[in-house]
Design a protein around this ligand. Structure first.
Ligand code: IPE
Ligand code: IPE
Ligand code: MG
Length: 257
């Protein structure tokens, strides 16, 4: 459970204190997933190139990881690059692929010290070698950490993930490793990229868009959604705290009463 004194030191502004007073420490969401959107608009508003928005978004990730550690969240998943983002101009894509490597290498020591375990979900094929390698290194280096699992969705698409799981299960059925009549929800979940992770309790999207954009389609079946008009580079600890407190005000029914 998170520590009240440490939370008060971290969430020290007046408006944070109000939310903190309402926070139920024993009901913090276990898994928070974020669609980090609005970097391009943040930059355009300032007359800057889109990549400057992506760069500015790094600070928001750093702060969100710190806040997640403080709050005692177990898993934080961030949508960094979708299967469909390859449709963007070549130079934006290539800048992003370089930025991922640069930031990961720069932050590795700190993440490791903080006890963060890095995990990547998405298709490795199609990624530049340098990007895939940097993430594989980060996964290896942090494999024994257990304070927070930081899941980076990279070249990730929910439909692609389901298709990959179906294919893997079909291969096992065709080679006699499993009986098709035994295919159930648990078996499907075990073949997704997220195998072993709990489903997100809370799904956050920034920049005000009301869509899922092919993110974690299977896993968000019963996630609580929280949308803010804040653009991702402006997202901070206060926004995360507010989202968690709003989440705690809701009644999750999972189809029951
Ligand atoms: C999200 O910001 C980051 C990525 C998709 C990589 P966008 O780049 O989508 O920003 P907007 O939506 O164009 O403002
Ligand atoms: C979703 O944002 C993908 C990521 C945040 C990485 P997009 O900006 O790509 O989504 P759409 O195109 O607005 O649906
Ligand atoms: Mg966008």
């Amino acid at each position: 459970m998170p520590d009240r004194a440490s939370l008060e030191a971290f969430f020290s502004s007046k408006r944070d204190r109000e939310f903190l007073a309402e926070l139920a420490l024993e009901r913090v969401p276990r898994h928070v997933a974020i669609i980090m959107d609005g970097n391009g608009r943040w930059a355009t508003k300032r007359g800057l190139p889109r990549i400057a928005g992506h760069r500015a978004g790094v600070k928001a990730i750093r702060e969100t990881i710190q806040a997640a550690l403080e709050l005692g969240i177990d898993v934080l998943t961030v949508y960094s690059f979708s299967s469909e983002n390859w449709r963007r101009p070549k130079d934006e894509v290539s800048h992003l692929m370089d930025l991922f490597v640069e930031v990961l290498e720069q932050e590795m020591t700190t993440l490791d010290k903080l006890g963060v375990r890095v995990r990547v979900i998405g298709r490795r094929e199609g990624l530049p070698e340098r990007t895939a390698e940097a993430f594989a290194r980060a996964e290896r280096q942090t494999a024994d950490n257990d304070r927070l699992t930081y899941v980076v969705a990279l070249n990730y698409g929910g439909r692609q993930e389901i298709a990959d799981a179906v294919r893997a299960i079909a291969v096992k059925a065709a080679t006699g490793q499993l009986d098709p009549s035994g295919i159930d929800l648990e078996m499907v979940a075990d073949h997704l990229y997220t195998a072993g992770l709990p489903d997100p309790d809370l799904l956050i999207r920034t920049s005000g868009e009301l869509r899922v954009s092919n993110f974690l389609l299977w896993q968000i079946a019963y996630s609580e959604m929280w949308v803010t008009s804040t653009l991702w580079p402006d997202f901070d600890r206060h926004d995360l705290l507010k989202a968690v407190v709003d989440y705690q005000r809701r009644s999750r029914r999972f189809g029951g009463l």
